[in-house]
Design a protein around this ligand. Structure first.
Ligand code: HEC
Length: 148
């Protein structure tokens, strides 16, 4: 008997709490119209991520040219860009632009000359290009040439 009383009391309490929740839920109708907005951006990056993920590994990181591009961006475009970030230059030195894949491909022989066959570039190696990066670019250029 005692147990039953407690159970009744318990379920009564649950109902009251549920009621309160529902009531507060209604009370917060204006903020709720807000919450779809805060929810959607949270869901959208998720779905974007989901579609971007399968494409990511292959083209982005692994291809040799992707690596070359990364090295150039890291070591060269501080100066050789439409908008150099180096305080030393307000425009690309020697009019050598290395912003886009096409520019990099077109410049391949001169890049090799300056950064692989010699270490004239990066100027004073201010961007601390490594030998491995020079080798990578050398390999890429040699393959470019044998493909043509
Ligand atoms: C600190 C700025 C700076 C960085 C970083 C830099 N360069 Fe240069 N680059 C110069 C300057 C200045 C010249 C012009 C020098 C000259 O004509 O003697 C130049 C000239 C060149 C030229 C033309 C040279 C010629 O006569 O054909 C090429 C090609 C070149 N750079 C490639 C690169 C590559 C590739 C990188 C990255 C690996 C690089 N540079 C990084 C400043 C920079």
């Amino acid at each position: 008997m005692q147990k039953l009383k407690w159970m009744l009391f318990g379920s009564g309490l649950t109902l009251v709490i549920l009621g309160l929740f529902l009531w507060f839920g209604k009370e917060q109708t204006p903020p709720i119209s807000h919450s779809p907005q805060t929810h959607q951006p949270a869901e959208n990056p998720g779905s974007i991520y989901a579609t971007a993920q399968p494409q990511r590994p292959a083209p982005a990181g692994t291809g040799e040219f992707a690596q070359v591009e990364r090295v150039i961006r890291e070591r060269c475009t501080v100066c050789h860009s439409n908008r150099p970030t180096s305080p030393l230059f307000s425009e690309a030195p020697a009019a050598v632009l290395l912003d886009t894949p096409d520019q990099i491909r077109q410049m391949a022989p001169r890049i090799k000359q300056q950064a692989v066959d010699s270490s004239a570039m990066p100027l004073g190696n201010v961007t601390q290009m490594t030998q491995a990066e020079r080798d990578l670019i050398g390999h890429w250029v040699s393959r470019l040439h044998s493909a043509r």
